[in-house]
Ligand binder design. Sequence first.
Ligand SMILES: O=c1ccn([C@@H]2O[C@@H]3COP(=O)(O)O[C@H]3[C@H]2O)c(=O)[nH]1
Ligand SMILES: [Zn+2]
Ligand SMILES: [Zn+2]
Length: 245
Amino acid sequence: MTVKLQMLGTGSAFAKRYANNNGIISTSNTKLFIDCGITAPLALHQLGLTFDQLDGVIITHLHGDHVGGLEEYGFQMMFRYKRKPKLYIATTLVEPLWENTLKGGMSQPGLECLEDVFDVHPLEPDTNYAIDDELSIRLIQTPHIPDKSSYSLLVNETFFYSADMRFQPQLLEQLVQQGVTSIWHDCQLVGAGEVHATITELLSLPPSIQSRVSLMHYGDERSEWEGRTGLMPFIEPHHVYTIDS
Ligand SMILES: O=c1ccn([C@@H]2O[C@@H]3COP(=O)(O)O[C@H]3[C@H]2O)c(=O)[nH]1
Ligand SMILES: [Zn+2]
Ligand SMILES: [Zn+2]
């Protein structure tokens, strides 16, 4: 049983050298986007893939670098490939994704709600969902922007994907105690970490945690930080990682 994760991009929302921090998680049966941001359609094309080669998408929160590609994804699947993609998303985000993000561009006669475009699978947090025999996903609500719901992903109980979150050392400690062996964490390299964990904060983690952390969602200044990130390597865009075996 092998789950693979390939990042379409590993950049922060404002990065220009790296595409948005979106991934493709795959098993032998299923291929899903993890988020589908503004740069996802072009990044997918640059990898030589098309939207119909994926089964659907898991959404973590409603920022453009995570959902800005969904209009093109939905329209391509509807008009080019004639199939509704699966959409795994927190129950709390179903209505706002349509009303606040997609409705302006997508609504037209026959397209009046999210379910008209996607095969919507609402997820409750802290609950494991078997996507297929090899892949289970649990949403964990984590702090990012005040009063705005945002979720991290726990995959097969062993792999934690922060998506966008502020520094939560106790959560990371608890996850490792519960058997998490790998943590992919967003990382702000410059400035104060108001909505993301900073590299300074992540460097304060003990070696027992740091040794399990890899860094993603970083800015264009990554090259200045090579060799200065403690035990935490940068995730490479496009590299295919095995995250569970
Ligand atoms: O209160 C706020 C809200 C947003 N922002 C910036 O906008 C970006 C939106 O995408 P992101 O969540 O990947 O990163 C965010 C930050 O870079 C911020 O600095 N403070
Ligand atoms: Zn982001
Ligand atoms: Zn965000």
